[in-house]
Write a new protein. Structure first.
Length: 512
């Protein structure tokens, strides 16, 4: 679902995306359909109407109160709209048989109130909104939803079991600097009821405690929490959407229905980490924007004498590894002293190279990158990754090697360490698989780890001992005795087969 602003700020309309692969209605239409959309006073108002042919599976959107050419046939319809008073919101769905010139009506005067609350109530200081979605069953794309202030939402009843109604409630704090967020939802199947008065229990919610740091990113960020489908019920997922903005750094709690959720932060760059399952009554801590953003892609692999570079991300958040980071740089592959591939990339470049390699042997892949358009004082500004590896050109398999993920401990919410202190940095040995069972993986283990840090942006590098304890590699960094300052990190990992990798991040964390 996509959230778009309606006519009034008090109402939000959620418009579904056109399904991938869905075709438009046949150009050889032999009939027409006019869908009248009337608000709570009986006045015709603008609306989008989702129109789905149940026989041909054609799908399109048409405008209310306008004649649209359509082939004769059976259709499922869904719509949502704002009343002429810019307050009342109406949602509805029903089926219609188009035969020649056909007219049907969504009459807001027939709508019944949708009232949803949370128990126990969060208390004062919250804006309380209610949402509803009418969905046709059997995976039909005929779905429309809308949100409004509590007391301003109405659903037009429909007894047909081909439709269902999902509804939800959201409590957002009026304060822009603190307070938790609450969202709860439910679904009524086999028709749209004649009114809803529901009290949803907090016991069915899960809690996400979010700590969003600044440094790699800064300023105002948009946070999005998107719920996945539960048990094949896609209608409920249209209710499970929460978006808001907060200034970085920030900490807050989000209470949402148990199930699959994807969390995203979008400021200068976008970070996310896919869907994860969260249980009712449980609390999960999420750290976003923690230092250090650095190389975090999957290792390259060979495929029929070609080398695929894997999922390339030179500035991945250590926990929320997905996202789109604005970066420029150079990617270079060499073998036996010859350059096989070199490419300078920009933020608009989509990197998917797979150069042919001449045979089995030792190769060097080097990537240098820097983030663009950053505010002054940003962290994780430049990175590099060098992979020295043996590739068997005749086999479809991933190379050996490790990518170091740096995790400095005990930093504050701005990813700063105190001047004169010593920071312990965890060295995560990342060796992610491709996720493709046709690409083999080779056994490997770490032979040695060397590490360095810089306090002058790489003019001088200070060696520090990498220690292994309890299966975890760490280093100790002696921070400058006065701030402000920046610390850069570098690590070289050699495996038992002779492959080696060097990972570097400049301005990895700050010193204050």
């Amino acid at each position: 679902m996509r959230r778009t602003a309606a006519v009034a700020s008090a109402v939000t309309v959620l418009v579904p995306l056109l399904l991938a692969g869905a075709s438009t209605a046949s150009a050889a239409a032999t009939g027409s359909l006019t869908v009248r959309t009337l608000d709570r006073s009986g006045k015709a108002v603008y609306a989008q109407v989702a129109v789905y042919n149940t026989k041909t599976y054609d799908f399109r959107y048409i405008e209310g109160n306008k004649k649209a050419s359509l082939p004769n046939g059976s259709y499922e319809l869904a719509t949502s709209f704002v009343g002429g008073n810019s307050e009342d919101a109406v949602v509805g769905g029903h089926s219609v048989q188009v035969s020649g010139a056909t007219t049907t009506t969504f009459d807001g005067r027939k709508g019944r109130a949708v009232k949803v609350s949370l128990s126990p109530a969060p208390g004062s200081g919250y804006d309380h909104t209610v949402s509803a979605a009418v969905c046709a069953s059997d995976n039909s794309p005929a779905t429309m939803s809308i949100s409004a202030d509590s007391g301003d939402l109405y659903a037009i009843p429909n007894s047909s079991s081909a439709y269902e109604l999902s509804y939800g409630t959201t409590y957002q704090p009026r304060s822009t600097t603190g307070g938790d967020f609450w969202l709860a939802s439910a679904t009524h199947t086999r028709g749209v009821p004649s009114g809803v008065s529901a009290t949803l229990k907090k016991s069915g919610l899960t809690t996400l405690k979010v700590s969003a740091r600044s440094g790699p990113d800064s300023g105002q960020a948009r946070f999005s929490f998107n719920g996945g489908s539960t048990g094949g019920d896609d209608c409920s997922s249209s209710m499970n959407i929460l978006d808001f903005q907060r200034d970085l750094p920030n900490s807050f709690g989000v209470h949402v229905p148990a199930g699959q959720w994807e969390v995203m932060q979008d400021s200068h760059d976008l970070i996310y980490d896919g869907f994860h399952k969260y249980a009712a009554g449980k609390t999960t801590s999420l750290s976003l924007g923690h230092a250090v953003w650095g190389p975090g892609g999957k290792l390259p692999y060979t495929w029929y004498h070609q080398l695929y570079f894997g999922g390339d991300n030179p500035f991945a958040d250590p926990k929320f590894t997905g996202g789109g980071v604005l970066a420029s740089g150079t990617l270079k592959l060499t073998h036996a002293g010859k350059t096989l591939y070199k490419h300078d990339f920009t933020p608009s470049t989509e990197l998917d190279p797979h150069p042919r390699i001449p045979g089995s042997g030792w190769y060097m892949l080097t990537e240098t990158a820097h983030r663009t358009g950053l505010p002054s004082g940003s962290l994780s500004t430049s990175s590099s990754l060098s992979l020295h590896f043996y590739a068997d050109a005749g086999k479809n398999q991933q190379i050996r090697d490790y990518i170091t993920r740096f995790w400095p401990e005990a930093l504050n919410s701005r990813n700063q360490a105190a001047a004169g202190s010593t920071t312990t940095v965890d060295l995560g040995m990342q060796r992610l698989g491709t996720g493709d069972s046709t690409i083999g993986r080779l056994s490997d283990s770490v032979k040695s780890v060397r590490a360095w840090y810089t306090t002058d942006n790489g003019a001088h590098w200070n060696a520090t001992t990498a220690k292994l304890s309890g299966g975890k590699w760490t280093i100790a960094v002696h921070n400058p005795t006065s701030g402000p300052g920046r610390v850069g990190l570098r690590s070289t990992v050699t495996d038992t087969h002779g492959d080696s990798s060097t990972t570097t991040v400049y301005n990895a964390y700050a010193v204050s």
